[in-house]
Write a protein that binds this ligand. Structure first.
Ligand code: FES
Ligand code: FE2
Length: 349
């Protein structure tokens, strides 16, 4: 249950070098590679000869060569040549719209004719000298919507991440959810609280005192099909909170792309873009290590939750006020999926 006519993050740019990469995105098995002049290409991971995965082959002179019997595949999905054979009558395979941007490889798993590169969501922090980014990738055996629920309701931090970013005030301060078109926002502002360990580390990393109280904010934004950006930070209490001047705060954006692999698994690209100490590589590493630990805790919870849900598919779940962000995000997704499946749109994949 995912829109297919949409851009998804398929990989980080450095994952695709001189070798092809085989990866399933929204149920489509795709071979990604760099063709002539490093230009990205994405074709079905299926050789028209005998069905071998093309991603097990290699790239020679910008052409993808099947690793089984040497068929040369073009980036448009048409066979170019094969030793000792005439390939003109070979059936074509699918090719996918693909683009490298903001350090990621974006793919459109639906109808390539509908793919508009102008709609790839802008990542304002990329290439901005005031910002730094570090991140990673997890494979998680869960429906991508469970990850959206998770990120649009941060009350779980109090329990799942008790030793790093959790604190009781998250439970105590209500969150507010709003919907604007396809964007769903859930925000929470906490004032005069003790910073938890992760944020103490970040304060020290920005040469700020980690003693005393802070104001803390979390602004989670879902945009379809599979992204949640979370503005997070703390400021020394009484300096304006979210609006505080840079010398009183640490301000970051948690970057999350939960690309569906199948109905019940995701490639989760996570990271943090920060607007302080952008040149401090050691700080980037320690934030990445902290996030790795934090998201590993989510991974375990989500995979076990998914197992439970698969074992009890008919069981009704509760929808509490804290679930509003996830509920609204799922409504946006369902609208898009329904639109794709309505024949009059001509957009079904
Ligand atoms: S399966 Fe690819 S060349 Fe034979
Ligand atoms: Fe979490």
């Amino acid at each position: 249950m995912f829109p297919k006519n949409a851009w998804y993050v398929a990989a980080t740019a450095d994952e695709i070098s001189d070798k092809p990469l085989g990866r399933t995105i929204c149920g489509e098995r795709i071979a990604f590679y760099r063709g002539a002049e490093g230009r990205l290409a994405a074709v079905e991971d299926f050789c028209p000869h005998r069905g071998a995965p093309l991603s097990l082959g290699h790239v020679k002179d910008g052409v993808l060569v099947c690793g089984y019997h040497g068929l040369h595949m073009g980036c448009d999905g048409k066979a170019v040549s094969m030793p000792g054979q005439r390939v003109r009558g070979f059936p074509a395979i699918r090719s996918f719209a693909v683009e490298e941007r903001y350090g990621f490889i974006w793919v459109w798993p639906g109808d390539a004719a509908l793919a508009d590169k102008a709609t790839i969501p802008q990542q304002h922090w990329y290439d901005d000298p005031e910002w730094a980014y570090g991140g990673g990738r997890f494979h998680i055996a869960c429906d991508y919507r469970l990850m959206i629920d998770n990120l649009m309701d941060l009350t779980h931090e109090t329990y799942v991440h008790a030793s790093s970013i959790g604190q009781k005030e998250i439970d105590e301060v209500p969150c507010k959810t709003t919907v604007d078109g396809n964007t769903v926002t859930t925000s929470r502002f906490m004032e005069g609280i003790t910073p938890p360990p992760f944020w103490k580390m970040a304060l020290r990393g920005n040469n700020l005192s980690d003693e005393g109280l802070v104001d803390r904010w979390q602004i989670c934004r879902f945009t379809p099909p599979a992204s949640v950006m979370i503005e997070v930070g703390v400021a020394h209490a009484g300096h304006g909170g979210y609006e505080a001047a840079p010398e009183h705060k640490v301000y970051s954006v948690v970057v999350d792309f939960m690309t569906p692999e199948t109905e019940t698994s995701i490639h989760y690209f996570w990271g943090m873009a920060r607007k302080f100490k952008p040149d401090d590589a050691a700080l980037t590493d320690s934030i990445r290590a902290g996030q790795h630990t934090i998201f590993s805790e989510d991974l375990q919870m989500l995979e076990m939750q998914q197992k439970n849900l698969l074992a009890h598919p008919a069981r009704a779940l509760l929808m509490l006020n804290i679930d509003a962000g996830g509920v609204q995000s799922r409504k946006v997704l369902q609208r898009l999926i329904d639109a794709e499946n309505t024949p009059t749109t001509g957009a079904s994949a």
